[in-house]
Each structure stands twice: as structure tokens, then as C-alpha cells.
Design a protein around this ligand. Structure first.
Ligand SMILES: [Zn+2]
Length: 186
């Protein structure tokens, strides 16, 4: 079936970006993103972003060491994830586990710490395969693919947060991706 996933990221996080590009290359899913340097010169960025987001099955936010280097990137990532939630798209957060960032993601639905190991590749391949087979349509009528993966569903213990999210391996989760308070779930 195929389709596309919207990628929110800092283009300077080269390792994370290229790692995902490689996994996407082996699937029938397209990695869509807004390339401001190219597209914003000739088109107003917001209508382009809304259209790309509308046509995407989910959003992958890639959190790497460069995400905080630019206020421009921070604001756009916030806008992209907020828009995703507004359009009923699932927000996935993939974070380089060797470089955890001080970057809360209020709309995170799934949190996947990444170590660049084979198991991580297998997870993303499984996710892309599931989204490829997954139909579009209003979210309330569909179960998101991750709900059938048998992953952990964690709830933050922090009063004032208590957010919940899915994750493939709770042993690798060192913090709540929504409020950033360090926690251990095992
Ligand atoms: Zn929390």
C-alpha cells in the first residue's frame, strides 16, 4: 500500500537522519519533510506543511544532538508536532540514546530510544511495514499500528505530568519524553 511519513528533525543531525534514510530506502514508505531552504523560497511554508502533514500517516521526530542548536528548528519542530496532533496523526519520538536532549515533546505518543543497533533497525522496519499496510482515515476509527505490537505502555509517575506513551523496550527509557523527569520503569 505504501504512503508517507513526515519527518521532523534538524538537518544537522546527520547520523540520525542518514540512519533513517537507509531504513526507509528498504521500505515502500516515503520519508517526507519540509525543506525550507528549497521550498520556502517559492511557496509559503505553512500551506505546504499542512498539505504534507495531511498526506502523511504519522510523524517521526528525530531527536539528535543538533536539535537545540537553532531556535528556528525548535520552533518549527514544535509547530510540526502540534499540527500533527491537530490533524490526528501519531507523533513518534526517536531519540539518540547517547545524547539525550533537554527537549520535551508534549504530544509524544511513542518514544523510541535509538542506539543504532540491529534491533532498532528491526523496529523501524516493522513500524514502516505496519504503516504501509495501514489505511488512512480519521484516527478515532483506526487502531494505530503500535497498539498491536505488544509494546510497553508507560505512565509518567510525576505529579503534574502523568502522561502516558508506548515504547518498545522500557529498559532503555531513562526519562519521560513529555516532562523529561528521569525515571526507571523496569
Ligand atoms: Zn512526565
Amino acid at each position: 500500500m505504501g504512503g508517507q511519513i513526515f519527518i521532523a528533525h534538524s538537518r544537522h543531525d546527520v547520523r540520525l537522519r542518514q540512519w533513517f534514510d537507509t531504513v526507509f530506502a528498504g521500505s515502500d514508505m516515503k520519508a517526507e519533510r519540509l525543506e525550507f531552504e528549497v521550498e520556502a523560497q517559492s511557496h509559503p511554508p505553512i500551506p505546504v506543511l499542512v498539505e504534507k502533514m495531511r498526506n502523511s500517516k504519522a510523524v517521526f521526530l528525530l531527536l539528535g544532538p543538533q536539535i537545540l542548536d537553532s531556535r528556528h528548528t525548535i520552533n518549527w519542530v514544535a509547530a510540526e508536532t502540534g499540527l500533527a496532533r491537530g490533524l490526528g496523526k501519531c507523533v513518534w519520538v526517536f531519540e539518540d540514546r547517547a545524547a539525550l536532549q533537554d527537549f520535551p515533546v508534549p504530544f509524544a505518543d511513542v518514544y523510541v530510544p535509538i542506539d543504532y543497533i540491529d534491533q532498532n533497525v528491526a523496529w523501524v522496519e516493522m513500524i514502516l511495514k505496519a504503516y504501509s499496510a495501514w489505511g488512512s482515515g480519521p484516527r478515532e476509527f483506526k487502531r494505530e499500528p503500535f497498539e498491536d505490537f505488544g509494546w510497553s505502555f508507560l505512565q509518567c509517575s510525576q505529579p503534574g505530568c502523568r502522561a502516558s506513551f508506548y515504547t518498545p523496550d522500557m529498559v532503555t527509557v531513562q526519562k519521560c519524553p513529555i516532562c523529561l523527569v528521569a525515571q526507571r520503569w523496569q
